[in-house]
Design a protein. Structure first.
Lengths: 166, 405
C-alpha cells in the first residue's frame, strides 16, 4: 500500500490549511470539514493525482442533538480503488438550516443515498436533481431518524424499565 | 392524501403517443415488491420511474434501541437469500469495535458458511434468469441444491432462511457430525448437477441470443454509480472485498475473481456461475485446512461478550453472571466508530457503526449494495426492449429486503 493516511493528511492540510480536523478511529482516516467545504474537499480528493478517491462507498447521516450549531452530520465513505485506501469525510450543519451541497455531480450514485439521508434526517442537499423521500411515504412530515423521535411511544405508562438498560 | 397520486402519466405522453405501463409492485416478474412505471413506445422502453420502499421496516431506527446481539436477526432480513453473510458481517463489525480476535478455526468455519450462502444466493439469481428467459427446468433442478445448503444451515444453527447464525466471537455450537456429512454430500453431488445446469444454458444459442447485449453496464458507469459485487465485476472491474480488504482469514485462500467485459446480462450470469465454482474451491480448501486444527474450538474466548452454554449457566457462577450481564445489556461496549465491509451475494455489504458506550448502537447504517446499484437500472434499460428490462432486473439480483432495509 503506497498511499498512507499520513500522506493523505499532509496533502489535505497543504490544500485546505487549518480548516480540516483529522481523526483515525480503527485505522480509517476521518476528515471533518466545514459544511460549505464538502464539495471542494470531495473534488480535491477525486481530482488529485496522488489521492484519487473516486469511488463513493457510502453516504449517510447522523444526528447529535446535544451539539448545538452542528446537530446534523453527513458522513461520506470514500474508497481509492487503485491503492485500496478508505477514507471518511464528515460535515456538520445546524438543524435549523441543514444545507449541504449535493455530491451528485461528482458521483451519480450519490443520488439515492442523498435522497435516503434527506428522507431520514431532513438534510437539504442543495442542487440535488430530485430530492424526494425514497423509503418513507411521501406524505410524511417529519424525519424519523432524528433522535427526538423515540422508537417507543413516550406517553406509555404501563411499562417500567427503570431497572434495565442504561 | 391525494387520491390521484398513483395515476401519474409522464409529461405529454398522450401527445407523444407512448404508453405508460405499470410494472409492479407485486408482479411475478419483478421477484420482489417494487414498482416501475415504464414509458414505452411499442416495445421500446423510453423512461423508467422506480418506486421503492414497500417493505421498509426501519431497521436502522430499531437497532438504536436493541442490544447488540439482538441486531443479528435484523441483518438476516436484509439480503434474505444469503442471510449468513449479513450475520457474520455484523459480527465481524462488532468484533472490530471490541477488538476481539477469533481463532483460525472460527474463521474457516465462517468462510465455509459464507461461501455456501454465496452459492445459494447466486443459484437463485442465475436460475431465475433462466426462468425469465423461458427455461424453467434449470431452476427446478438446481433449487434442490439450495435446499441442501439450507439443510446444512439448519444443522449448524437451527434455521434455514433467516438464519441468525453465530455469535460475537464465533458460533453458538460446534458443527455436528450430521452437518459435516451433509456438507460432504453437497460437495460431492453439487458439482455434477451444476455442470448440467451450465451445459443447459451457458452455450445455449437461444439463451445467449436472449441475454447478450441486454442491459449493458460499462465499467465507468458502474464505478460512477457505486455498483459493487458481481454486477461490477461483470463490467470488468476486479474489485472484491474478500481480496481488497480480507476479513475472516480470506487471505489464506487461493481463488480467482472472475470478471466480464461488456457488463450485460450474459456477463453477469457467467460471472456468478464462475463465482460458484470459486466458492466450491474455497470450501474445499477450508475443509482441508480444518483438518490440522483443534476440532473443539468454535468460538473465541471472550466470556464477557459470548453467551455461555446453557448448562454452564445453571451450574457455574461465572457463566450465570456473564449470561445475566449479556442478556441485560450490561456488558461494557467501548465507544467508537467503525466501518466494516464484507463481500455479500450482491456486493459490498457495509456496516457503519457509531457506539457511544451504551447498550445499543448510537447509530447503525447498513450499506446495502442493492439499494445503491438499483438506481442504475433505469439507465441501462433505456432504449432496450421491455422483455430485456425484465431479464436485466433479474440479472441485477435486486433483493427487496436489502433494497428497503
Amino acid at each position: 500500500m503506497s498511499l498512507t493516511n499520513e500522506h493523505i493528511r499532509q496533502r489535505l492540510t497543504e490544500k485546505f490549511g487549518e480548516a480540516l480536523a483529522f481523526e483515525e478511529p480503527h485505522n480509517m482516516l476521518t476528515v471533518t470539514a466545514p459544511a460549505d467545504h464538502n464539495l471542494k474537499v470531495l473534488q480535491f480528493l477525486y481530482d488529485d493525482e496522488q489521492l484519487r478517491f473516486r469511488f463513493l462507498t457510502d453516504l449517510t447521516g447522523v444526528h447529535y442533538p446535544e451539539r448545538s450549531g452542528e446537530e446534523l452530520g453527513v458522513v461520506y465513505h470514500l474508497h481509492n480503488l487503485t491503492d485500496n485506501v478508505r477514507l471518511r469525510l464528515k460535515v456538520f450543519v445546524p438543524v435549523e438550516k441543514p444545507d449541504v451541497f449535493t455530491a451528485t455531480k461528482l458521483f451519480p450514485g450519490a443520488n439515492w443515498m442523498e435522497r435516503e439521508t434527506y428522507d431520514f434526517f431532513g438534510i437539504n442537499f442543495v442542487g440535488h436533481p430530485d430530492l424526494r423521500r425514497i423509503l418513507n411515504a411521501d406524505e410524511m412530515d417529519y424525519f424519523p431518524m432524528r433522535k427526538e423521535y423515540t422508537l417507543e411511544d413516550p406517553q406509555r405508562t404501563d411499562k417500567d424499565d427503570e431497572m434495565f438498560g442504561r | 392524501m391525494d387520491q390521484h397520486q398513483h395515476i401519474k402519466l409522464a409529461e405529454e405522453s398522450l401527445a407523444k403517443q407512448t404508453t405508460t405501463l405499470n410494472l409492479g409492485p407485486t408482479h411475478p416478474a419483478t421477484h420482489g415488491v417494487f414498482q416501475n412505471i415504464l414509458e414505452v413506445d411499442g416495445e421500446r422502453v423510453l423512461q423508467t420511474e422506480p418506486t421503492i420502499g414497500y417493505i421498509h421496516r426501519a431497521f436502522e431506527k430499531i437497532s438504536e434501541r436493541r442490544p447488540y446481539y439482538q441486531i443479528t436477526p435484523l441483518t438476516d432480513r436484509l439480503n434474505y437469500c444469503s442471510a449468513p453473510i449479513n450475520n457474520i458481517g455484523w459480527h465481524l463489525t462488532v468484533e472490530k469495535l471490541l477488538g476481539i480476535k477469533t481463532p483460525k478455526r472460527v474463521d474457516y468455519l465462517r468462510v465455509i458458511i459464507m461461501e455456501l450462502a454465496r452459492i445459494a444466493d447466486h443459484l437463485v439469481c442465475n436460475s431465475v434468469i433462466g426462468v425469465d428467459t423461458g427455461a424453467l427446468t434449470g431452476f427446478t433442478y438446481v433449487f434442490q441444491y439450495r435446499e441442501k445448503i439450507y439443510e446444512i444451515f439448519e444443522e449448524v444453527c437451527g434455521s434455514r432462511l433467516t438464519t441468525n447464525i453465530g455469535r460475537f466471537g464465533g458460533f453458538e455450537r460446534n458443527f455436528t457430525q450430521a452437518a459435516w456429512d451433509k456438507l460432504d454430500g453437497f460437495m460431492q453431488t453439487f458439482p455434477k448437477a451444476f455442470q448440467e445446469f451450465e451445459t443447459l444454458l451457458n452455450r445455449n444459442r437461444i439463451f445467449m441470443e436472449r441475454c447478450m447485449g441486454a442491459g449493458p453496464l460499462t465499467a465507468e458507469m458502474a464505478l460512477a454509480y457505486s455498483v459493487t459485487g458481481p454486477n461490477l465485476r461483470a463490467a470488468g472491474v476486479d474489485y472484491d472485498v474478500r481480496v481488497a480488504s480480507p476479513y475472516s482469514s480470506y487471505e489464506d485462500f487461493d481463488f480467482k475473481i472472475p470478471v466480464g467485459s461488456t457488463g450485460d446480462v450474459y456477463d453477469r450470469f457467467m460471472v456468478r456461475n464462475m463465482e460458484i465454482w470459486e466458492s466450491m474451491g474455497i470450501i474445499a480448501q477450508a475443509l482441508e485446512k480444518l483438518k490440522d486444527l483443534d476440532p473443539s474450538v468454535y468460538h473465541a474466548d471472550v466470556p464477557e461478550f459470548y453467551l455461555p452454554d446453557k448448562k454452564d449457566v445453571y451450574s457455574k457462577m461465572e457463566a450465570l453472571i456473564y449470561h445475566f450481564k449479556i442478556i441485560m445489556g450490561e456488558t461494557e461496549i467501548l465507544p467508537g466508530e467503525v466501518y466494516h465491509a464484507v463481500e455479500g451475494g450482491n456486493g459490498e455489504v457495509g456496516y457503519y457503526l457509531i457506539s457511544d458506550g451504551g447498550r445499543s448502537p448510537y447509530r447503525l447504517h447498513f450499506r446495502r449494495p442493492c439499494f445503491i446499484y438499483y438506481q442504475v437500472y433505469p439507465e441501462i434499460i433505456k432504449g432496450g426492449l421491455l422483455s430485456d428490462a425484465i431479464v436485466t432486473l433479474s440479472s441485477l439480483n435486486v433483493i427487496a429486503g436489502e433494497l428497503d432495509a
